[in-house]
Write a protein that binds this ligand. Sequence first.
Ligand SMILES: C[S@@+](CC[C@H](N)C(=O)[O-])C[C@H]1O[C@@H](n2cnc3c(N)ncnc32)[C@H](O)[C@@H]1O
Length: 254
Amino acid sequence: MYKIVTAEKFLWEGINLEGKVVLEGGTSWGNTTRLIAKKVVENSWNTELISVDIDDSHFDEIEEDMREAFTKLTLRKGDLGDLYFVPSDSIDVIICNYTLSSVEQFPLRVVKALKELHRVLKKGGKLLITEEMPIWSVDTSDYPYWSKRLRIIKSISVLKAMTVFSEIHPNDLQEVLKLLDFKDIHWKEFQEKINAEMAVKFLDKRKQTLIKGANDLENKHLTDGFVELTENLVKEFEKTKEFLAPAYILKAIK
Ligand SMILES: C[S@@+](CC[C@H](N)C(=O)[O-])C[C@H]1O[C@@H](n2cnc3c(N)ncnc32)[C@H](O)[C@@H]1O
């Protein structure tokens, strides 16, 4: 497997958004939305961007931030598995960064979403996906922080009967994309730098989930044990600024 460090370079290689309509899947806090807008402004491209998320809780903040710099932005609340508001063959480029493993919290929903992405893309349109590399497929000693964090978060989700993020291996994604008639599919692995402060915030949220209704597991040792694991990892994170996580970028064409 070929590891690249300059993921950003690979992602944008050969991409010119002049006169194009771009669909972003999974707006979230708007990190990628802002990145696309920055590229468009830097290159003076005339680009329309539609960003879709099932959860619109960050929309106001993103709109407020970007109103001046980037006007052709539409934030739309919706399910990537049902893009009824996007006409078929209307999108030039689709970018989904770290979204598909969230969609796949409900098994097979990602297939529905990818089918919709194929429908809305123009013939020859590009699909760009960035995702976490499943931890079970890598040597976890390469990624000690990432591996521990993932295990703790997933274990707490299971204990509290919450949905669990499902990382998707790029080979499996490639097979599904082939079935859906995407062409020229290829991917590369790289290492993502994760900000430790952000990782602490996320862990802390999971700890609160665990503590809320502390007795619902009816085993204080179990709850206390996971709280302790979470707190120990937060202490480790506090000693570092950032750590590495395994990720990949996959590209395909309709
Ligand atoms: C990890 S965040 C995406 C991060 C963002 N793309 C970025 O680059 O910073 C995953 C997002 O996917 C959204 N999501 C999950 N399932 C979805 C679905 N079926 N349709 C649309 N958005 C979905 C979640 O609400 C969440 O905001």
